[in-house]
Design a protein around this ligand. Structure first.
Ligand code: MSP
Length: 520
């Protein structure tokens, strides 16, 4: 049985349309899923939509729709976008699905049975945009406005069920301290730890049903209350695997994937994922996810994205970018342009710059030069490498360095390191062509063998580069490998294919068709 790998994205709210931020997490998850599938792991990749909560109720009322109608409409936009961006998710969960709703009730029942939930009275501030309770001191610090969208906080006063969160704080601190890889990047881990050490109150986990117009999951012990949307939403990571068992056809179907290898999230939802979710799991004696990775936020053209500023990178804008460049280039850009974990800015100029530097001048040029020279000097038949010397060693070492680092980088969600190693190999190979000057050797018949060695070296480096870039740019890399007339053998993993010297001399390659024409 191969080792499992379970990656998730946040489930997206359906009160708004999909945008670059959503596409970022989902593409990152897709790259991980594609990499680990190619590495021979048994992968589960989950995404979906978060359809309950007050903000969906309000947004649908404003549009004169029911929450269900709004969800059904918006969910289609997400599904289309994922299809357009070549996202290979194995499941798509909607929190309004019975498989999820019933299991959330089973989770609440377990917590009730364990006396982890009690009835109390809530009075305090609520951020309806974030669906988040805000303490008196934080509310006052932010002038009673949302830290995220600046809208006024709402005063809530109602009987509510509480989860005994405070009881788990010491265990959580202990766990986070003992497991440095649980929250990444490290700065986020420190942030959570110091906030936890300041003390945490019990968590209100129900809403009066009237407030939600009946939309939401009913508390199994009290038909007048619905489950707090975050408890409902976080549970998706387990319910989608068929847990807990409730006697339907989904029972335990995919339980082997738990604990998740990584929950990818944005930095604004760190607390929910690293405090509420693990505490609930601990309270049920369940294993915790291995890692929660919080990435940064995108601005656009130097400013916070907004529809009124005209810099909102919507599904339509993404489609335009993909039309101009290609889906693969968009995928590559998002993960190359900023360190995963840091904030980034999207701009058309940055995209064009990256494209021309990395893809047109770097990789594209290398592929074209290599295939052109094999076509011109050897009639398209790949020559053999005879003797490798110091110049070849530089390229072969860069390839070995990539192979050695790739898997660890992906385990750490360190796309930057992974791509740096690829860029280094591209640079080494382009530099190798400059130094060895095959175009000059081609004029000298006595240098045929040497010329063959050089072109074989370039071709094998290109093959390795295309192989390792496949999770980022699956279609374009497949097209490049086709030009090289090379494909993975049955059962061969991405790391097997990353080893040097797998091209067969005597094999015909194709006339190159530029994959990345320069943009002016
Ligand atoms: N429904 C909750 C998540 C529940 S997970 C159990 C939610 N949904 S959301 O649609 O508002 O946001 C989803 C994700 O998009 C979050 O991770 C958030 O950080 C991310 N982004 C929203 N805007 C973003 C940017 N401008 N840039 C990058 N990511 C951003 O929160």
């Amino acid at each position: 049985m191969s080792q499992t790998y379970y990656v998730t994205t946040p489930i997206y709210y359906v009160n708004d349309v999909p945008h670059i931020g959503h596409s970022y997490t989902t593409i990152a998850a897709d790259v991980l899923a594609r990499y680990f599938r190619a590495a021979g792991r048994d992968v589960r990749f989950l995404t979906g939509t978060d359809e309950h909560g007050i903000k969906i109720v309000k947004a649908s009322a404003e549009k004169g729709m029911t929450p269900k109608e709004l969800s059904d409409q918006v969910v289609v936009g997400f599904e289309y976008l994922w299809k357009d961006l070549n996202i290979s998710n194995d499941d798509f969960i909607r929190t309004s699905q019975p498989r999820h709703e019933k299991r959330v009730q089973a989770i609440i029942t377990r917590l009730l049975e364990r006396d982890e939930i009690y009835l109390g009275q809530y009075e305090g501030w609520y951020d309806e945009g974030q669906e988040e309770f805000i303490t008196e001191s934080t509310a006052a610090e932010n002038e009673f406005k949302s830290e995220v969208n600046g809208k006024p906080l709402v005063r809530y006063q109602e009987p509510t069920y509480y989860f005994r969160l405070s009881k788990w704080v010491d265990k959580l601190i202990e766990y986070i301290e003992a497991n440095p890889g649980f929250i990444k990047p490290q700065a986020r881990r420190n942030e959570v730890l110091s906030k936890l050490k300041m003390g945490v109150e019990d968590l209100s986990i129900s809403r009066h049903k009237d407030k939600l117009g009946g939309w939401g999951i009913e508390m199994p012990n009290d038909p007048t209350h619905s489950v707090y949307v975050w408890i409902d939403a976080l549970s998706n990571y387990r319910t989608a695997l068929g847990w807990p068992e409730i006697g339907d056809e989904h029972d335990a179907t995919d339980e082997k994937y738990w604990p998740a290898d990584v929950h990818l999230i944005g930095k604004d939802i760190l607390w929910f994922h690293t405090v509420y979710w693990p505490a609930i799991l601990m309270a049920m004696d369940q294993p915790l996810p291995k890692c929660v990775f919080a990435h940064g936020w995108w601005t656009s053209e130097g400013k916070k994205m907004s529809k009124s500023l005209g810099n909102f990178v919507s599904r339509e804008t993404i489609a335009e970018i993909c039309g101009e460049y290609s889906v693969d280039v968009y995928r590559y850009f998002l993960l190359r342009a900023v360190t995963f974990g840091a904030d980034g800015d999207f701009s058309h100029d940055a995209l064009k710059g990256r494209y021309n530097t990395d893809l047109a001048n770097g990789l594209g040029n290398l592929l074209n030069r290599t295939l052109n020279m094999i076509t011109r000097y050897f009639d398209g038949v790949l020559p053999a490498a005879c003797e490798n010397g110091e110049h070849e060693k530089v390229v072969i070492d860069a390839a070995a360095d990539l192979e050695a680092a790739a898997c660890g980088a992906m385990e750490d969600c360190d796309f930057g390191l992974y791509l740096d190693k690829i860029t280094a190999l591209i640079g080494a190979t382009n530099g190798y062509i400059e130094v060895t000057a095959p175009f000059k050797l081609a004029k000298d018949e006595s240098q045929r063998e040497r010329l063959g060695t050089i072109l074989y070296t370039c071709a094998d480096a290109v093959r390795i580069i295309l192989n390792y870039l496949s999770p980022f740019m699956p279609e374009m890399m497949a097209a490049g490998l086709k030009q090289m007339n090379w494909s993975l053998a049955d059962g061969q993993t991405i790391s097997d294919a990353g080893k040097w010297g797998q091209l067969t001399p005597g094999q015909q390659v194709m006339q190159p068709e530029p994959l990345f024409p320069r943009k002016s």
